[in-house]
Design a protein around this ligand. Structure first.
Ligand SMILES: [Mn+2]
Length: 325
């Protein structure tokens, strides 16, 4: 990952005009935290996106972090110098149509990538555990004055949530967390607690419980799969299924003719040959739609009914060989 390239790309783009920093449409803490923190380093950058998730929206309010919500057909500033996209592996993951002929810069840590790059574009792809980790490295080197307590909190929150509270961390992401705290003037434990007290309302609880009652555990080829469907909070449900011992967890949902699949797998499965991101990509090749992600966490969405989507995933899983370690 060449951070000098990013610095000069930003300098050139902002000299041409305004540069939106576009977050992924899931609005999770990693994408929103990355967009806001990077935008804070240069007055020509503006953090924006289609949707802000629950935790991100609460934190933005508490920290008074500037973020502009876009419509699906946004009116861009008349003089655009470029667009930076953070934490999204494809244009569809932003939910926004990117205007033609504008240089783009994609900063992402997913294993899959469906962006097409031309002259003047820049791709920064790292094997970081969170995009905020990559943004922190950039700020530390090129704009250390941006690293206020507020920015450190946004970056740390992205790292904490994308690593499942450091369960999926590695040496370098733990090091980033330590560096984030090194010159910070807040207490880690208190901050984590404030993130963790995510309030669940009665309808959230209802949706999770209902999804759990509909679970089915099947053998697909050499793998155990636990699958169900949910109306909301699919990621949370899939995480619970992994905790219950599923080798692969799949949660689907259908809304307005669009099916969304959310899959999770524990490390013991990814070590033995499961790569959910690649499986979701294969699903997109077969069924259309968009899919991708990480080895242990990935998703797909497309226009088909729920059963057809689930069946296609199960078929891909059935063909996935288990490797011995
Ligand atoms: Mn991420």
């Amino acid at each position: 990952m060449n951070l000098d390239d990013l610095a000069s790309w930003i300098a050139e783009a902002t000299s041409r005009g305004a540069v939106p920093v576009l977050a992924g449409r899931n609005g999770d803490m990693d994408t929103i935290g990355s967009a806001i923190s990077l935008a804070a380093s240069n007055p020509g950058l503006l953090a924006c996106g289609l949707h802000v998730g629950r935790l991100a929206s609460r934190l933005c309010e508490e920290l008074q972090a500037p973020f502009r919500k876009l419509s699906e057909n946004p009116t861009w500033p008349s003089k655009l110098g470029g667009i930076i996209i953070v934490d999204a592996a494809a244009e569809s993951q932003t939910g926004v149509k990117i205007p033609e002929g504008i240089p783009i810069c994609v900063i992402d840590h997913h294993d899959t990538c469906e962006w097409e790059f031309g002259l003047g574009d820049l791709e920064l792809r790292g094997n970081a555990r969170a995009t905020t980790q990559m943004i922190f490295e950039y700020l530390e080197k090129h704009s250390p004055e941006t690293l206020t307590n507020e920015v450190r909190k946004l970056l740390l929150a992205g790292l904490i949530t994308d690593t499942g509270r450091f369960r999926h961390a590695d040496e370098s992401s733990l090091r980033t967390a330590a560096n984030l705290l090194q010159n910070a003037d807040f207490e880690y434990q208190e901050f984590v607690e404030s993130i963790q007290t995510e309030t669940m309302n009665a309808s959230d609880r209802g949706a999770i419980v209902k999804a759990l009652t509909r679970c089915q555990s099947i053998e697909s080829g050499q793998w155990n799969l636990v699958h169900t469907y949910a109306g909301i909070l699919e990621g949370r449900v899939a995480g619970l299924l992994v905790q219950a011992g599923a080798e692969v967890a799949l949660v689907s949902r259908n809304r307005d003719g669009e099916t969304r699949l959310t899959a999770r797998a524990p490390r013991s499965s990814t070590i033995s040959g499961i790569h959910l991101g690649k499986m979701m990509q294969e699903l997109a090749e077969k069924m259309g739609g968009e899919g991708g992600g990480h080895d242990g966490a990935a998703g797909w969405s497309g226009k088909c009914d729920r059963i057809a989507g689930e069946t296609a995933f199960i078929n891909i899983l059935a063909k996935t060989r288990r490797t011995e370690n």
